[in-house]
Design a protein around this ligand. Structure first.
Ligand code: GAR
Length: 202
């Protein structure tokens, strides 16, 4: 059975790219990205998806109120018979109705070791805080901000000569490793949620 994936994006789409590549290379099996939805017309992620022959939709937030916007997303997810929804650099809060319908089937990548540094500019927050270890997290999405059960995390060191940009790049490299890995575990049926704890069967 093919796991049908939809991806929400807002910008560059390098995580989307990593997942598309992982499907193409056969690292993630039995899965297909059927649609990529953006809240930004000029998101480069849309171009990346188009290059792979994936359907793309730009949903203009200016044209809907909040509830209607979520309804429009839900309609697309239903139309594409979505099994798994991925947030990949999606900079807009997801409505509760979507979370309810797709509970435990929505993943997000966040560029910090959650629960530290939630919200925007997580790498900058970590850098300015002076942490010695930073990283990234893939988690299931619940109603809170970056608060759902954690699937995978990866650490990177913060080096004495680091800049925020260098740290951000080091974290991003690991994002491109753990997001495809988390999707693979999901598509192989190896993730089980027990309360806050995600148990991985190997
Ligand atoms: C990534 O670093 C992702 O972790 C972050 O935005 C970037 C998107 O890059 N997401 C968040 O901060 C969400 N709170 P991409 O568009 O190249 O994948």
């Amino acid at each position: 059975m093919t796991v049908k994936i939809a991806v929400l994006v807002s910008g560059r789409g390098s995580n989307l790219q990593a997942i598309m590549d992982s499907i193409e290379k056969g690292y993630i099996k039995n899965a297909a990205i059927n649609v990529v939805i953006s809240n930004k017309a000029n998101a480069y992620a849309l171009e990346r998806a188009g290059n792979y022959g994936i359907s793309t939709v730009f949903l203009d937030p200016e044209e809907y109120d909040r509830a209607e916007y979520d309804k429009a997303i839900l309609d697309i997810l239903n139309r594409y018979d979505t099994d798994l929804l991925l947030l990949a650099g999606y900079f807009r809060l997801l409505g509760n109705e979507i979370i309810e319908v797709y509970r435990n089937r929505i993943m997000n990548i966040h560029p910090s070791l959650l629960p530290a540094f939630k919200g925007l500019h997580a790498q900058k927050q970590a850098f300015e805080y002076g942490v010695k270890v930073a990283g990234c997290t893939v988690h299931f999405v619940d109603e809170g901000l970056d608060s759902g059960p954690i699937i995978l995390q990866r650490c990177v060191p913060v080096l004495p000569e680091d800049t925020e940009e260098a740290l951000t790049a080091r974290i991003l490299e690991q994002e491109h490793v753990i997001y495809p890995e988390a999707v693979r575990l999901f598509t192989e049926g190896k993730l089980k949620i027990e309360g806050r704890n995600v148990v991985t069967r190997t």
